[in-house]
Design a protein. Structure first.
Length: 76
């Protein structure tokens, strides 16, 4: 599975609780203690291009969108 949300299948298996429990048991991603997939963008959920400096917690694309609102200036 990719790093997208694996809970999308829950809607299909809502009527079948036994199959849902089996799906959760075998397909749930393991809990991470370190690494890239532990930190996600708080705005869009993207893993790659994460900006952690100054406690920002956004991916670089979201940071570019709201940087001026936060108080950052772009110098040519």
């Amino acid at each position: 599975m990719s790093y997208s949300n694996y809970k999308k299948v829950f809607k299909q298996l809502k009527a079948k609780p036994v199959k849902l429990n089996k799906f959760i048991k075998h397909n749930a991603p393991k809990e991470r203690s370190c690494g890239r997939s532990l930190r996600r963008c708080s705005r869009c959920g993207r893993i790659r291009g994460y900006v952690q400096k100054y406690g920002i917690g956004l991916c670089r694309q979201c940071f570019r969108d709201i940087a001026t609102k936060i108080g950052f200036k772009k110098y040519s």
